[in-house]
Design a protein around this ligand. Structure first.
Ligand code: FEO
Length: 407
């Protein structure tokens, strides 16, 4: 098998995971990769390791280049187990002179592996290490997305090893951006941002500003998941600059669940109202759409319209679970509205409004409830709701302020 070369004496030595379909609740239908990199300076340096069960792939790829025992340094950009799971075994094999990590990385490594005697070297932000022919420096990226997270920058080759940032859960035989389908690549990059980084968007914004201020030349971005951006790193930087401010496309999404199709009838009428206003929309039934795919649509939607009937004085469990997931990721800059059918108590709309208020969505309608099965006049009200959301969306796109009708 041929080695995967990023630059002279810089190699990809990670593992491709074609199997995983669930990454702590995120559906990874295209699998993923755990990227690790080898820099062959006078001091041979391994950047990150892989998930424990993929240790042999890592060793196999390293052995194509060098005997693992000859590695001098290990850099731990991120302690989460998909990148450090096999670290204890690699420490036994390599017996490195130094393990580079951030201050928080040191704490996290101790709490994960309980090895106070490992040769830690806590790096200061910006610290440079001469590897002999290659120079690396470190950029603290605390809370992107763990407290320990950091990037490593390889000066001579202008490669940014960016840990989880700029990654995708995407298993492919190819390793570089110019070798894969661009639509699939950008979809998986957006899905990754939506489900992992949305909550940390203010920090992403600061980081992008800092990188620009540092005038760091970046020829390549090498994340810990998916492909390496060797041809067009600017493409992912530009996408992140839009996503981190939750920029809206002006589209609406109707996210709903339904019991006996009454709420679904309402959803279709709301959609019809959006269409009347010329708004692009998507109808998303939670019964057939995974929450992590729905979050990908939330990322750049301008309006979130929620539909759910009442069950046992609450929402249907799929809606309740989705709202808990979405609330954790805190998307901003969106208009909201809610609707749903009910039998006798009818709390679901109020609960959806509460959830949207907590997420600081601008609620532009007090909510629409219909008892049992909607008739023509009810569906007309749903069309009106869709039209109202459509008009408010256009106001937002035109830069006008839209007030919430519920405080
Ligand atoms: Fe890919 Fe935060 O681990």
């Amino acid at each position: 098998m041929k080695t995967i070369k990023l630059a002279e004496n810089v190699y990809w030595v990670g593992a491709v995971d074609w199997l995983t379909r669930d990454f702590h609740g995120y559906s990874t239908l295209r699998g993923t990769t755990y990227n690790a990199y080898l820099i062959m300076g006078e001091k041979i340096t391994l950047i990150d390791t892989v998930k424990k069960s993929y240790k042999n792939d890592l060793l196999h790829h390293i052995r194509q280049i060098v005997d693992p025992e000859k590695i001098d340094y290990i850099v731990v950009n991120h302690v989460e187990m998909d990148h450090s799971g096999c670290l204890p075994e690699m420490m036994e094999i390599i017996k490195p002179e130094k393990v580079f990590c951030s201050k928080m990385g040191h704490k996290a490594l101790l709490k994960h592996f309980h090895q106070p005697r490992w040769p830690y070297h806590i790096v200061a932000p910006g610290e440079e290490i001469d590897l002999g022919g290659k120079t690396v420096s470190f950029l603290e990226t605390r809370m992107l997305h763990w407290p320990d997270s950091m990037f490593t920058y390889l000066k001579e080759d202008q490669i940014l090893f960016s840990s989880d940032a700029f990654g995708q859960h995407l298993a492919t035989s190819e390793r570089f951006d110019d070798e894969v389908n661009q639509d699939v690549l950008m979809h998986e990059t957006a899905k990754y941002y939506a489900n992992i980084l949305t909550l940390y968007s203010p920090l992403v914004k600061k980081l992008l500003a800092k990188v620009e201020e540092m005038r760091l030349p970046i020829r390549m971005i090498a994340p810990d998941h998916g492909i390496v951006w060797r041809n067009n790193p600017a493409k992912v930087l530009e996408a992140y600059s839009r996503w981190c401010v939750h920029e809206s496309t002006g589209n609406a999404i109707i996210i709903y669940d339904t019991m006996w199709h009454s709420t679904e009838m309402m959803a279709k009428s709301v959609a019809s109202g959006l269409a009347d206003e010329g708004i692009h929309y998507k109808l998303i039934n939670l019964q057939v759409n995974h929450r992590s795919d729905v979050m990908t649509d939330v990322l750049d939607a301008g309006a979130i319209i929620l539909g759910c009937p009442t069950l046992n004085n609450g929402m249907l469990p799929r809606m309740a679970g989705f709202l808990m997931y979405m609330r954790g990721l805190r998307p901003t800059n969106k208009i909201g509205a809610a609707f749903g059918s009910y039998g006798w108590s009818g709390e679901a709309v109020k609960l959806m409004n509460q959830a949207m208020l907590e997420m600081k969505l601008t609620i532009c309608h007090k909510g629409l409830r219909v008892q049992y099965v909607p008739e023509h006049t009810h569906l007309k009200e749903c069309v009106d709701l869709g039209r109202l959301v459509g008009r408010k969306l256009k106001d937002v796109q035109a830069g006008k302020e839209v007030q919430s009708v519920i405080e």
